[in-house]
Design a protein around this ligand. Structure first.
Ligand code: FAD
Length: 447
């Protein structure tokens, strides 16, 4: 069977590999000049570093298995992580609070003691909730306030939800928050109650290079810098794909593209399915990588809970990895998720503004985190933006979940929008790819 896979992020590469193992003749089409999708890399002093910060959690079995299968086990290291919140008190004083283990929560003074205890209990008990569907229509803020108390919501959760969901955090279902609590509980080290994060020394690029080499050895063609312009169908059956070089026939097409892109490539779809596709929106992200001649503060992952600071995440990568991996440079990511430009003037400015201007403005605010900071410490600035950073999750998201099969015979969909209530990530991409291939193989339609 001739199969086309659209997209060479982790999901597309895994699907191509599995189909090739099953004997298909496979071609992967990728719009970008190289493979890896959202795990694309930038170089610092000759070392590849993800343009958008990446690490993996201990419980993420699927990505760990893939790394092992490709013989890269020794590149993956488990490093002690530290998490914190930059919180500004009512009098305007800002302070970094460590939040690495449950003990830190108990000393977080901005939240009432009773609510701190409730919050600790909820994070231990939440994973035992059996059916997340009960929380799919419950707003996250309502559920958190009820289970953990108002001060826990206002001082910790609301600012943290804003980091990831910006102004659309009030549409978020409690099921998403529950899934995060369950995930963190699985990944916490029960001996010291801290957390270790996995990172491939020398960058995740090694994983994607190894995947591309593995596909090549299996006879899979990977066409980079080749955007698919149309998915061709004939009488409800997939016929092939069209690129700038012309049309190619395929018996099966599997799309791993963001849902709006997938929808735009098809002319004839049943109106109800098309309406389901078109209801999906995505969060954007701007991420700025700074190199500096010194560190800013001691924590790896700092959530910035202060609305007057324009970025929500301050990730000091060289508090996880040694500076020697990056030619002695300290490396910091400043990140900000935001909804599509139609949502607000601020979102529109972030979506269309000059990235270097945005970065310049953000850098000024680092002095709020470390008052001694001087912009002359910054030795390089590399800003990145993507329009498809994560599906925008809303109340009732579980009911909108799309199946792998589409109404077009031989056309399949495997995309980040199908993993809710889990959060999208490389491991979920691997799992999605494997599940999709199993579903195709078991399909009565046989393709
Ligand atoms: C800021 C940020 C931080 C993250 N942090 C982590 C983390 O710490 N750990 C983790 O595991 N994951 C993290 N992720 C998530 C992870 O990167 C994604 O879940 C994963 O890479 C998604 O892979 P994918 O293959 O499903 O999609 P993508 O990587 O989006 O791949 C889709 C591909 O389709 C291509 N494409 C688009 N249009 C066309 C077209 N017309 N024709 C052909 N190709 C096309 C795109 O160029 C892209 O390569 C993060 C993501 C972001 C944005």
């Amino acid at each position: 069977m001739r199969s086309a896979v659209l997209g060479a992020g982790v999901t597309g590469l895994v699907i191509a590999r599995e189909l090739a193992k099953r004997g298909d003749e496979v071609v992967v089409y990728e719009a970008a000049p190289s493979v890896a999708g959202l795990v694309m890399s930038h170089e610092i002093a000759g070392t590849p570093l993800e343009a958008f910060y990446h690490h993996i959690f201990t419980h993420e079995r699927h990505i760990r298995d893939l790394i092992d299968e490709l013989g890269l086990h020794d590149r993956l290291e488990w490093l002690p992580s530290s998490v914190g919140i930059f919180h500004t008190d009512a009098d305007g004083t800002g302070r970094v609070w460590p939040f690495t283990n449950p003990r830190d929560l108990l000393t977080f003074a901005p939240v009432k003691l009773r609510d701190r205890i409730r919050m600790g209990a909820a994070s231990v008990l939440a994973p035992y909730l059996s059916d997340w569907r009960k929380l799919d229509d419950v707003p996250a803020g309502e559920w958190i306030t009820k289970t953990m108390g108002r001060s826990a919501y206002e001082e910790i959760w609301e600012p943290m939800l804003r980091v990831k969901w910006s102004e659309v955090h009030d549409r978020l279902p409690a099921a998403w928050v529950w899934a995060r609590l369950a995930q963190r509980a699985k990944s916490r080290d029960t001996r010291d109650m801290g957390e270790k994060l996995g990172y491939m020394r020398g960058g995740f690029k090694q994983l994607y290079d190894a995947l591309a080499a593995d596909l090549h050895a299996r006879g899979v063609k990977v066409e980079v810098a080749t955007p698919v312009r149309r998915i061709l169908t004939r009488a409800g059956v997939v016929a092939g794909v069209e690129t700038d070089s012309g049309a190619e026939s395929f018996d099966r097409v599997v799309s791993t593209l963001p849902v709006p892109v997938f929808s735009s490539l098809l002319d004839a779809l049943p109106p109800d399915y098309k309406a389901r596709l078109d209801a999906f929106e995505y969060m954007w992200v701007v991420c700025v990588i700074l190199t500096l001649d010194r560190g800013i503060q001691p924590i790896y992952w700092l959530n910035v809970a202060d609305r007057t600071i324009p970025f929500g995440a301050f990730i000091e990568h060289t508090n996880l990895l040694p500076v020697s991996d990056y030619g002695g440079n300290h490396v910091v990511y400043l990140g900000r998720y935001f909804p599509p430009p139609s949502y607000s003037a601020e979102a529109a400015a972030l979506a269309t503004g000059d990235l270097h201007d945005i970065a310049g403005e953000w850098i000024r605010h680092i002095a709020r985190i470390n008052p001694e900071f001087d912009p002359s410490w910054v030795t390089s600035v590399a800003p990145f933006r993507t329009q498809y950073a994560a599906p925008l999750v809303q109340l009732g998201q579980g009911k909108r979940r799309l199946p792998f099969a589409t109404p077009v015979d031989g056309l399949w969909l495997a995309t980040m929008a199908q993993i809710y209530p889990d959060d999208r990530g490389q491991s979920e991409g691997v799992r999605l790819g494997l599940d999709c291939v199993r579903t195709m193989a078991a399909s009565a339609r046989g393709r």
